[in-house]
Design a protein around this ligand. Structure first.
Ligand code: ADP
Length: 228
């Protein structure tokens, strides 16, 4: 067991947005948290990251905050960031640097490793804002991976991408989970495509939820309604 949520609810100022959910993920799992806008996906992700506390229930985790790489939802301003690709990816090591004034050789090696893992090593000298949306997302995933020793958490990593680039991102995340054993936790409202790659699905819906394998989801009542 890596992360387990037991009878977990979240509320803002007394208004419950997630009620009594249960699920767990292991090393190497690829969990997709799905559901319509406003159902509480980002809230749950922040809870898993330890940024907010459940109003009820508890989250048990063998992962410390420093072992989780996090890719929040992107804003248009961030897409215009005036820095080089390598610098952006290397900055994922910032939290590991502690009091050291410079990045170490190990930090630089990890940054290069993740550029290669994401298939963007040839873009390392390019300016981030000149890249396509799909390339930018790969850079940001490589950056988050620099901090991810055990878990990478991503909020809508394919937002705004065309269908081909979206499939590319989901496929890449599937490979990362399978080959490195890093657990991928991804928020997406695009359940139809995400279910083809994730091996665990948590679907939040109007106070109810489904949790199970992608195979179980396909055959569930909720899965039949949402998958065409
Ligand atoms: P999703 O990610 O599924 O779109 P969110 O987790 O962002 O949903 O939000 C779930 C609900 O909680 C929404 O109704 C939203 O308005 C509300 N909410 C989110 N963040 C806050 C906050 N900081 N304070 C009060 N309400 C919030």
């Amino acid at each position: 067991m890596l992360i387990t949520c037991k009878n977990v609810s979240f509320a803002y100022e007394g208004n419950t947005v997630i009620r009594n959910i249960n699920f767990s993920v292991e090393s190497g799992d690829y969990l997709c948290i799905a559901g319509e806008n406003g159902c509480g996906k980002t809230t749950l992700l922040k809870g898993i990251l330890g940024l907010i506390k459940p109003s009820q229930g508890f989250i048990m985790s063998t992962v410390t905050a420093g072992q989780i790489g996090y890719l929040p939802q992107q804003s248009p301003v961030q897409k215009d960031f005036p820095a080089g690709v390598y610098e952006v990816v290397l900055s994922g090591r910032f939290c590991m640097r502690g009091l050291r004034p410079f990045y170490s050789r190990a930090d630089k090696e990890i940054a290069m490793e993740n550029l290669e893992r994401l298939g963007i090593a040839d873009l390392r000298n390019r300016c981030y804002r000149e890249l396509s949306g799909g390339q930018q997302q790969r850079v940001l995933i490589a950056r988050a991976l620099c901090a991810a020793q055990k878990v990478i958490a991503l909020d809508e990593p394919a937002a705004g991408l065309d269908p081909l680039a979206t499939a590319g991102v989901y496929n890449l995340l599937e490979k990362i989970a399978r080959k490195t054993g890093i657990t991928v936790i991804m928020v997406s409202h695009d359940i139809e495509n995400a279910a083809k790659y994730a091996n665990r699905i948590l679907h939040l819906q109007q106070g109810q939820f489904f949790f199970g394998t992608a195979e179980e989801y396909i055959h569930s009542d909720i899965g039949k309604r949402f998958l065409i």
